[in-house]
Design a protein around this ligand. Structure first.
Ligand code: BTN
Length: 308
């Protein structure tokens, strides 16, 4: 009902009488009034006067009904610890493929390598639960598909020249715009689920916590709609997951990456390595050429580009 009321008010862009709304929706005027009251509680600016109701201003809401095509897959939280925890619980309970958990705020946002992900107002924080028919060794393809889809979305919507830094960070001119975290459960030969958690600096100022970070609004000099960004990203990511594109994802990723053939420093939980990032192997590991000419395949770690 919320979705239908908003659709009418957005289409009409003027005052719509309670009578018209109740006729269009097939419910009583009292029921219309109650739904409008609920929408206002959710923060929608709906002006009511003797003539009826009008949506006076848009808000950048991420409620499930704002994504009509996939509302049934979306779980929205005004505040939660981490969307990764909610996603894991849903996945273990058998939620469908491409379930999306969104949080307006996270109090315990997690980054890779046990870092904290600060989740300031205005950013976009979500986790997508995917259930690809893949052996665990190919799970990295899902993460690569997500980072390629995000880079393409940023380019298409805002003409932002976004590059992917191994494994899945999105950088613009050396500054971090988005980070990605993945968690997987699998049986011996089959992935049960992969939860891809993504934090995007959209209308927030990330420099408060991280000097080398940037947001979309800082790049463009204006605020943008998180709803539009998320809609486009989910559509593209889903297309890439459910098509032949997944088989070619390493080629696509290489086209978008800023890591290969660069001098890098890789920090893993055990050691720090320096060399030139030469390639990606069949498992998504980074092939690093060390100074002595030997190569090491690095499965997990943080990558720092040298000589930026
Ligand atoms: C990184 O760059 O270290 C990864 C950051 C991932 C942050 C996102 S925000 C949504 C999801 N929930 C979390 O707690 N973390 C991920």
């Amino acid at each position: 009902m919320k979705e239908r009321i908003l659709k009418i008010l957005r289409t009409e862009q003027t005052v719509v009488s309670g009578e018209s709304l109740s006729a269009m929706l097939g419910v009583s005027r009292v029921s219309v009034w109650k739904h409008i009251a609920k929408l206002r509680e959710h923060g929608y600016h709906i002006v009511a006067n003797a003539k009826g109701y009008r949506l006076s201003e848009e808000i950048d809401a991420l409620f499930p009904w704002e994504f009509p095509k996939r509302a049934f897959q979306i779980h929205f939280f005004p505040e939660t610890g981490s969307t990764m925890d909610i996603a894991r619980d849903l996945a273990r309970k058998g939620c469908p493929d491409f379930t999306v958990v969104i949080a307006e705020r996270q109090t315990k946002g997690r980054g890779r390598l046990k870092r904290v992900w600060h989740s300031a107002d205005g950013g976009l924080y979500f986790t997508v639960v995917t259930r690809p028919l893949l052996p665990p060794v190919h799970s990295f393809r899902v993460c690569f598909a997500a980072s390629v889809a995000l880079a393409e979305t940023l380019r298409t919507l805002y003409k932002i020249d976004a590059g992917v830094k191994w494994p899945n960070d999105i950088l613009v001119d050396g500054r971090k715009l988005s980070g990605m975290l993945s968690e997987m459960e699998a049986e011996a030969d089959r992935v049960a689920y992969i939860a891809i958690g993504i934090g995007i600096n959209v209308n927030n100022d990330p420099c408060v916590y991280e000097a080398d970070a940037v947001s979309i609004s800082q790049l463009l000099g204006r605020k943008v709609s998180r709803k539009r960004l998320l809609t486009c990203f989910l559509d593209l990511f889903e297309t890439k997951l459910h098509s032949q594109a997944l088989d070619n994802i390493v080629t696509e990723w290489k086209r978008r990456t800023i890591t290969l053939d660069r001098a890098v420093k890789i920090v893993t939980v055990k050691e720090t390595l320096e060399g030139v990032a030469r390639d990606i192997d069949l498992t998504g590991a980074l092939v690093l050429e060390l100074d002595d000419g030997t190569t090491r395949n690095v499965v997990y770690g943080d990558c720092f580009l040298k000589n930026q």
